[in-house]
Design a protein around this ligand. Structure first.
Ligand code: ADP
Ligand code: ADP
Length: 226
């Protein structure tokens, strides 16, 4: 079973704007996959549909074989989402945000605390654990978003432009962390408009432009043709 299977996905926003014009793609379990494309190509819309934040117009989406039209909650339980915007409660402490998130998924409280400790340490946020999230730097908030997405131990982590606005030093350490996660077996799908980021991280890639997949290949193949 692929981690993600999308067939003929279309999204027409109100006002008859065709954001996705029938895209198909498949991501194998354990893959590190990039959806690369310029601003406005349809990357966030695709992620929105997969995570049910955006209603699709037509097509099918399956997450580990579970069709989002038939088994949305099951499909969602496999996914950890890191959206672009910082949508945590800015007034809560990091620990609180992480433990609450685990709570939404029914994770037992002491397990949630252990997990929060693990990710706060791995992402170099442990010293800030009791600080309200609004006090963090942008890069720290970005890492907090990743920690939060991992709290229910998803099988696939989906990141929308994970390093946008992040300086090169931090970008490198985030890349390293994502590589380690992937090595532990988590499937990773990210969107980016930097070819360099896809090149550094990803095994397979789809290029999206103007709502259509224009290339879907291995990173190796793509680099060989450039
Ligand atoms: P990307 O993530 O690749 O930058 P998006 O998926 O955000 O692209 O957007 C794809 C296209 O759909 C863009 O032209 C954008 O303006 C349009 N779009 C996105 N959200 C909406 C919306 N809620 N209503 C109408 N058009 C939208
Ligand atoms: P607030 O009072 O600021 O809305 P909440 O406790 O409702 O605080 O939510 C805190 C954060 O946790 C929210 O910003 C949101 O991103 C996240 N969140 C809230 N509800 C859910 C949920 N059901 N599933 C996942 N994340 C959630």
């Amino acid at each position: 079973t692929p981690a993600l299977e999308i067939k003929d996905l279309q999204k027409i926003y109100k006002g008859d704007f065709h954001a996705l014009k029938g895209i198909s793609l498949s991501v194998e379990q354990g893959d590190f996959f990039a959806l690369l494309g310029p601003n406005g190509a349809g990357k966030s819309t695709t992620i929105g549909v997969i995570t049910s934040l955006v209603n699709k117009t037509s097509g099918t989406v399956k997450v580990f074989g579970h069709d989002i039209d038939k088994a949305l909650e099951t499909a969602k339980s496999f996914i950890g989402l890191v959206p672009q915007e910082f949508n945590f409660n800015q007034f809560e402490s990091l620990t609180r945000i992480l433990v609450n998130q685990a709570g939404y998924y029914g994770v037992e409280r002491n397990i949630a605390h252990k997990r929060a400790e693990k990710y706060l340490k791995q992402l170099d946020l442990w010293e800030k654990r009791d600080t309200p999230a609004r006090m963090l730097s942008g890069g720290m908030k970005r890492r907090l978003m990743i920690a939060r997405a991992l709290m229910h131990e998803p099988k696939v982590l989906i990141l929308d432009e994970p390093t946008a606005g992040v300086d090169i030093e931090l970008r490198r350490s985030m890349w390293e962390f994502l590589r380690e996660l992937n090595a532990e077996g988590i499937t990773i799908i990210l969107t980016t408009h930097y070819l360099e980021e896809a090149e550094m991280l990803c095994r397979n890639i789809a290029i999206i432009d103007n709502g259509q997949i224009v290339e879907n290949t291995s990173m190796k193949q793509l680099l060989a043709t450039l």
